[in-house]
Design a protein around this ligand. Structure first.
Ligand code: PGA
Length: 263
């Protein structure tokens, strides 16, 4: 089954308003990707609406997190419906930094994914093991535990159909995030195959249709070898997405349109 690759930039708690507007301008000036590719940027919530307005129509934006409840007394949080209203069509759910610094459990992540789906957002559910868990041989068990409550909220109707529909997984080994130590294509492909099988086991065809991204120290030097693996459907990129020239370079490499430097 053909799955449109995704190249997504997770800006985390970086960049100011003037930076994100200039970034959108750089993307617009570079023009749309030469092959079928979904380009997504995840700004901090204060800039979500501005980025959604400024982005060319071939790129879309997502929230970095949404609350599991529909609305209410949750100071500082963002509802899925609000993110959608501000122009988001995607949201991350369960990024390891949310799990680590905000104590998000597997169940809460699944509730966020469910809430996002209900609000018309495509959740990009992040899963991944720590270095210690990998060294202990626990990778698959950890991933299965993270995935189980998420599977419970997904059915055939959630077969990934792109922005505004379905669900996307992102395999983000914690040991590879922000460390410069990307998973090898072999390691990533093995995990992606496992996740795809789990989706198919849960619901026939779900795994074949769903896009599974890799994240963790992706850059212009390693993206081509990773994307060459059939089970790797694109990337969630942190550090290398902060500079538009670097992000555009990765986009060009992922569309096979040259490895030259940014214009
Ligand atoms: P990184 O971050 O590319 O800086 O490793 C990836 C992520 O956390 O999504």
């Amino acid at each position: 089954m053909k799955r449109t690759p995704i190249v997504a930039g997770n800006w985390k708690m970086n960049l100011l308003g003037s930076d994100v507007t200039a970034y959108a301008g750089s993307l617009a000036a570079a023009g749309p990707p030469e092959t079928d590719l979904d380009i997504v940027l995840f700004p901090t919530p204060v800039y979500l609406a501005a980025v959604a307005r400024a982005m060319p129509d071939w790129a879309s934006v997502g929230a970095q997190d949404v609350h599991a409840e529909e609305k209410g007394a949750y100071t500082g949080d963002v509802a899925a419906g609000q993110a959608r209203d501000a122009g988001a069509v995607w949201t991350l759910a369960g990024h390891s930094e949310r799990r680590q610094y905000h104590g998000e459990s597997n169940t809460e992540v699944a509730r966020k994914a469910e809430r996002a789906l209900g609000a018309g957002l495509t959740p990009v559910v992040c899963v991944g093991e720590t270095l210690e868990q990998r060294q202990q041989g626990e990778t698959e068990a950890i991933l299965d535990a993270q995935l189980a409550p998420v599977l419970a909220v997904l059915d055939a109707a959630d077969t990934d159909t792109g922005a505004g529909g379905g669900a996307v997984l992102a395999y983000e080994p914690v040991w590879a995030i922000g460390t410069g130590l990307s998973a090898s294509p072999e390691i990533a492909a093995a995990v992606h195959g496992h996740l795809r099988q789990a989706l198919n086991d849960h619901c026939s065809g779900l795994g074949d249709a769903a896009r599974i991204l890799y994240g963790g120290s992706v850059n212009a030097d390693n993206c081509e070898d990773l994307l060459a693996r059939p089970d790797i459907d694109g990337f969630l990129i942190g550090g290398a997405s902060l500079d538009p020239a670097s992000f555009l370079r990765i986009i060009r490499l992922c569309t096979g349109s040259g490895s030259g430097p940014a214009p």
